[in-house]
Design a protein around this ligand. Structure first.
Ligand SMILES: [Zn+2]
Length: 456
């Protein structure tokens, strides 16, 4: 996102947010042992389905998977009836959600891992995340990046000298951040300090293209993740002519970008939904009103009801459609080459992208770009686990249904490989071993909507 309005808009919504917070349901207690029986497992480690399985979960971990394995006495049984599918919970690896309500909505949408990519409130990074980890607040496991820029243009924390960059690393570490998100206007020397010294402090570098460095230099310097596919437009591909600012690059430039990412093993957030949603409202204010009238807008914090119509995209001229088409081709080329791709959304900062719901929109767009449903799901499951394992080694594995992995699971009533839509209405979601069945998830959504309903 390259806009600004969020902070101003939040001020107007805080009172309503606080009111909504009271209504959230208490989280389900963690049962010592849970057994999923008669389930078909989509493990996501490779392309396969394991039929008629029993999956044992204890102490927040997947302990065993097999046909006809014994269910420990006293275990809670969740019966899939032979038709339900169990797969890893989903990961939205680029969003700006920082409220308990957003966490509840994400969880109800099957998200069990969330990466906040900047501008989260301190209370969220320090306190709310800890409450989720303890089980006091229902939600996905949350990682957080501190956004650092070289000027106040986009409203981020500013560092202008190497010493200030080092100070930002110290502050990020002290506050429990997991990543540094580099932003457009960083100086080359500040970027170099962050890229060289951040990883050793447990703060790998993720983020945008930095204009003074360029993605090629950033990836060579070890940037772990590019936060948007469209960053390649701004700091890698040749710039469009002034006479046609929305022209797409020549597709002949794609193989060099693919080779660069592939060689370095850099993760890229294939956020087709982000740019596609921006394009859909480009010069079309009526589209923003349609977003606010959609059913899922009930779960959008009031601050965004104020800010979405004030974002600048609806006032732009021309069309981004050629660039949207280009990104589809680019995403598919990256996937075919085996570049590790993640799913992300930028919700709720971009009008039209409601937390949780937006991730399903991204999966659909990946499929429309040519990805198999399995490949699309990989971006939101196994690849997210690989990304965290690589950037924060030694942590609890997740992203596949495998013994020893974190018990982050979706129970789907049908096979997602036939139709991903089944994941929009999970039969249940387990996050860190805590089970939320469909009625509990529906109650969470209803609580959020009731808390957000405008008085009068
Ligand atoms: Zn973002």
């Amino acid at each position: 996102m390259r806009g600004w309005t969020r902070r101003q808009a939040l001020a107007g919504g805080l009172a309503l947010l606080a009111a909504g917070r009271q209504a959230l349901a208490a989280p389900a207690p963690a049962s010592p042992v849970t057994a999923f029986v008669n389930v078909n497992v989509l493990p996501m480690d490779r392309q396969r389905v394991l039929r008629g399985q029993t999956v044992i979960v204890a102490d927040g971990l997947i302990r065993a998977i097999g046909r006809g394995i014994a269910v420990p006495s006293g275990a809670r049984r969740i019966d899939g009836g032979g038709t339900a599918f169990l797969l890893p919970g989903l990961a939205d690896m680029h969003n700006h959600s920082d409220s308990r309500q957003d966490l509840a909505v994400q969880l109800a949408c099957g998200i069990t891992t969330s990466l906040n990519m900047g501008e989260a409130r301190n209370s969220f990074v320090g306190r709310t995340r800890a409450a989720v980890a303890r089980g006091d607040v229902p939600g996905p496991r949350v990682f957080a990046a501190l956004a650092v820029d070289g000027s106040p243009q986009y409203g981020h924390l500013v560092v202008r000298t190497p010493d200030e960059a080092r100070a930002a690393l110290i502050v990020a570490r002290a506050n429990g951040y997991d990543f540094i998100k580099v932003y457009n206007n960083l100086s080359a020397e500040c970027f170099a300090v962050l890229a060289r010294e951040g990883p050793a402090m447990g703060l790998p570098i993720v983020g945008h293209g930095v204009t003074a460095v360029g993605l090629a230099g950033q990836i060579a310097a070890g940037q772990a993740m590019v936060a948007h596919l469209e960053e390649f437009f701004y700091t890698f591909f040749p710039q469009p002519p002034e006479s046609a600012p929305n022209a797409a690059p020549d597709e002949a430039a794609i193989p060099a970008a693919v080779a660069l990412a592939k060689q370095a093993g850099t993760f890229i957030v294939a956020d087709l939904v982000t740019y596609g949603t921006i394009a859909s409202q480009w010069g079309k204010p009526e589209q923003v009103q349609a977003f606010l009238a959609a059913p899922e807008a009930r779960y959008l914090a009031p601050a965004y009801r104020f800010s979405w119509p004030r974002e600048g995209y609806a006032r732009k001229a021309g069309s981004l459609d050629d660039r949207v088409r280009f990104l589809r081709v680019f995403a598919y080329a990256l996937e075919q080459a085996g570049v590790p791709l993640l799913s992300g959304t930028d919700s709720p900062d971009i009008p039209g992208l409601v937390p949780g719901f937006a991730l399903h929109g991204n999966l659909d767009r990946l499929v429309a770009a040519g990805f198999s449903r399995h490949a699309a799901l990989e971006t939101a499951t196994r690849r997210a686990g690989e990304f965290i394992a690589k950037t924060h080694p030694g942590g609890m594995p997740f992203g596949t249904v495998t013994p020893g992995s974190r018990a982050d699971l979706i129970l789907a009533s049908a096979n997602p490989l036939d139709d991903l839509a089944t994941l929009r209405r999970p039969a249940g979601v387990m996050a860190g071993g805590r089970w939320h069945d469909a009625p509990a998830l529906a109650a969470m959504l209803a609580d959020v909507a009731a808390g957000y309903a405008m008085p009068g």
